[in-house]
Design a protein around this ligand. Structure first.
Ligand code: SF4
Length: 374
């Protein structure tokens, strides 16, 4: 259970199939199982905007399942309050996917519900989700304005009716999210970490991260995901509560993490997000890989939240053109090993970058690149 497979690259369908094979997903599924794939279609926006699960990721899962003899597959979702799931299925390409692979799309906004009592809460849950034999949770790796992170554990909120979603907010989200995960078990998690959002679950500041993360334990997956975007897992209450409720373990030190991906060193695309463009002014990137650059952008977003950006002593160096160069400065990643103040890793996680920069920040009067107000 305490195993994660992380696949880097730019072809999500292939990466998903490889990661599922590497973790041995088929050995945990009976070919007769009714399998539900739960993407995150919180809004009706294409995945490139950072909010929704790429249809290519789900296509990779379906191809893997069908090649393993599993054909009783549905895709189920209830978009956020005020958003049409039918429209999200259409805009995000799921209508075409369903026709191509012969799978059914289930709009959970129209589903019946059953009440489950768990962790001192009565929770209304969509029946179709409860009646599955095997649930594949397919969240997007992104930040969230209220819970800091939204990934596997929070994605199951799309399996409850809208009235229950409203109540979850009135209860502060964390405890009901953790409780919901005791009522509804994710058998497998496949995180779309290709392009999530920097700050908000409904997109707007997409950052390419070019990775797929696969695991069986949603608590472990979320702990790993938190570190990827620069957060301490123990600071996210619903991760801690889910661990207390027995959903899984957040102990990354005990986890086996397998990394795949010969296609990992993709160049950084031009940032389309306004916030990423603003943060890029603090970076001296020379032939940086997008997996490394994305981590640095997430780390800088965390420092911005703490109003520490203007204390950075200079632009941060990152990228393959720094390999072999010896000079003063602050460098991120193995390529900048010759820079006087260096954080190793290929790629380092955003949490490691945040901790490294915090430890090495010295107050300065001004930071030439930082012309934008924080
Ligand atoms: S350390 Fe260098 S090679 Fe490794 S991911 Fe970062 S930029 Fe790419």
């Amino acid at each position: 259970m305490s195993k994660l497979v992380v696949s880097y690259g730019i072809e999500p369908k292939d990466m998903v199939r490889e990661a599922l094979a590497a973790i041995g997903a088929a050995s945990t599924i009976n070919s007769k199982d009714k399998i539900g794939i739960k993407p995150n279609l919180v809004v009706d926006q294409p995945a490139a905007l950072g909010a929704t699960t790429s249809v290519k990721v789900v296509a990779g899962i379906i191809e893997y399942l069908q090649s393993a003899g599993c054909h009783n597959i549905i895709v189920l979702e209830s978009s956020s309050i005020g958003h049409s799931t039918a429209r999200a299925f259409s805009v995000c390409g799921y209508d075409k996917l369903a026709a191509q692979y012969g799978v059914e799309l289930v709009n959970l906004k129209k589903d019946k519900t059953a009440t489950v009592t768990t962790a001192d809460l009565n929770i209304a849950v969509c029946r179709t989700a409860l009646e599955l034999d095997y649930l594949i949770n397919v969240p997007v790796l992104k930040a969230h304005c209220q819970t800091d992170l939204t990934c596997a554990l929070k994605n199951l909120k799309g399996c409850i009716p809208d009235r229950e979603k409203r109540r979850f907010h009135s209860l502060g989200l964390h405890r009901p999210i953790a409780a919901l995960n005791t009522a509804l078990k994710s058998n497998l998690v496949v995180v779309d970490g290709m392009c999530g959002d920097l700050t908000f679950e409904e997109g707007g500041n997409p950052v390419p991260m070019n990775r797929i993360i696969v695991g069986f334990d949603p608590v472990l997956v979320d702990a790993y995901a938190a570190e990827l975007i620069g957060l301490d897992p123990s600071s996210i209450e619903y991760i801690t509560l889910a661990e207390q409720f027995g959903v899984g373990s957040a102990d990354l030190k005990k986890a086996e993490i397998i990394e795949l991906g010969t296609d990992k060193h993709q160049p950084v695309p031009i940032p389309t997000s306004p916030l990423a463009r603003q943060l890029s002014k603090y970076i001296d990137a020379r032939s940086a890989c997008s997996i490394c650059y994305g981590s640095l952008i997430h780390a800088l977003a965390r420092l911005k939240e703490d109003r520490l950006l203007n204390q950075l002593p200079e632009k941060i160096k990152i990228g393959q053109e720094f390999s072999g160069r010896k000079e003063d400065g602050v460098g991120i990643g193995a390529c900048t090993a010759g820079i006087s103040c260096n954080l190793p890793g290929c790629p380092p996680k955003a949490k490691e970058i945040v901790e490294f920069l915090r430890a090495n920040i010295t107050p300065v009067a001004s930071f030439a690149a930082a012309s934008s107000p924080q």
